[in-house]
Design a protein around this ligand. Structure first.
Ligand code: SF4
Ligand code: SF4
Length: 138
C-alpha cells in the first residue's frame, strides 16, 4: 500500500503508487496488524511494544487494526499516511498486509483512476471510491 520505492528485482506491475491518492490506505476501514507487526512498529518508533499497541492500533471485534484519522480526500485514512504526498510515513515499519497489497500485477483502484483521467482527458480527475456492504445481497 502507498509504496514509494521500487527496485528492478520486483516483478513488473501495472500500477504506480506514487501517482495514486492511496485508495488502499484509505477505503479499507481495517488494516489488520499481527503481534509481529506491532513489534515492528515499536522498533520503528523506538518505543515499548505495549506503547506502540496502544498508540498506533485499536481493537475491532477480534482483530487489532491500525488507527485512522480524518482525511482530506476520503472520509478517513490510515494515521500513517502523509496526506500531502499520499505516501506511507512508516514505509519500512508498515504492517505485513501493506507489504503484500494488492498481491497481483494490477491494482483495480489505480486502473479506475487512470480510466477516468483518460476518459475525461483531465489528470486532475479523481474518482473517490467507498466500500460498502449491501444488506440485500446474500
Ligand atoms: S490503491 Fe493501488 S496504486 Fe494506489 S497506493 Fe494502493 S496499491 Fe498503490
Ligand atoms: S501503514 Fe502505510 S501503507 Fe499501511 S495503510 Fe498505513 S499508510 Fe498505508
Amino acid at each position: 500500500m502507498a509504496q514509494r520505492e521500487t527496485t528492478s528485482t520486483k516483478p513488473r506491475v501495472h500500477y504506480d503508487c506514487t501517482q495514486c491518492p492511496a485508495f488502499c490506505c484509505s477505503i479499507y476501514e481495517r488494516v489488520t496488524v499481527t503481534p509481529a507487526d506491532i513489534k515492528r512498529l515499536a522498533k520503528h518508533f523506538g518505543v515499548p511494544v505495549e506503547e506502540a499497541r496502544e498508540k498506533y492500533t485499536k481493537q475491532w471485534e477480534d482483530e487489532r487494526i491500525l488507527r485512522r484519522v480524518k482525511d482530506t480526500i476520503f472520509e478517513e485514512t490510515c494515521m500513517f499516511l502523509d496526506q500531502k504526498t499520499r505516501g506511507c510515513t512508516i514505509y519500512h515499519g508498515r504492517p505485513g498486509v501493506c507489504r503484500t497489497y494488492p498481491a497481483r500485477s494490477r491494482c483495480a483502484y489505480f486502473d479506475v483512476l487512470r480510466f477516468e483521467q483518460k476518459q475525461q482527458g483531465d489528470k486532475s480527475v479523481m474518482p473517490v471510491v467507498k466500500i460498502i456492504f449491501r444488506e440485500d445481497v446474500g
